[in-house]
Design a protein around this ligand. Structure first.
Ligand code: RB5
Length: 146
């Protein structure tokens, strides 16, 4: 399983924590930057990770900024991406089970590392339930084709 990751300066430290956890679990992690805490523009990096997921080069993506909002909005502009901004464990599981999200966004300035790791693990290890959710996802994705 290949995971694309990206952040801006506001998410740099949390991205490293999340990457370390995923590598420890045996995931192949592709880091699309940024690579320091120097101020930068989050769309530049979130877009690269989202495009890697949308193209199939990566299976899933995890993006981080200060709030998680900028990177999630950016990722959701890329066709094929369903990115959820999540700051609690219940939503992390629900968005995989019901929305089949292929990207996860979090805000380094919003939650601590412990909770972020729990969210990451809940999201990574929850399967999509399918069934009644298929038609709802299809209705969402159809909007991209209109
Ligand atoms: C950077 O200061 C901050 O605006 C960014 O990390 C993010 O929170 C944007 O949504």
């Amino acid at each position: 399983m290949k995971i694309a990751v990206a952040c801006d300066h506001g998410g740099y430290r949390l991205k490293n924590v999340l990457m370390e956890e995923m590598v420890k679990q045996g995931y192949e992690v592709i880091d699309f930057g940024t690579y320091s805490e120097e101020s930068c523009d989050y769309p530049d990096f979130a877009a690269k990770a989202a495009k890697a997921v949308a193209s199939g080069d990566c299976d899933k993506g995890v993006v981080v900024c200060g709030t998680g909002i900028g990177v999630s909005i950016t990722a959701n502009k890329v066709k094929g991406i369903r990115c959820a901004l999540v700051h609690d464990v219940f939503s992390a599981k629900a968005t995989r089970a019901h929305n089949d999200t292929n990207m996860l966004a979090m805000g380094q300035r919003v939650i601590g590392e412990g909770l972020a790791l729990e969210i990451l693990n809940a999201w990574l290890h929850t399967d999509y339930e399918g069934g009644r959710h298929d038609a709802r996802i299809e209705k969402m994705m159809k909007l991209e084709r209109e």
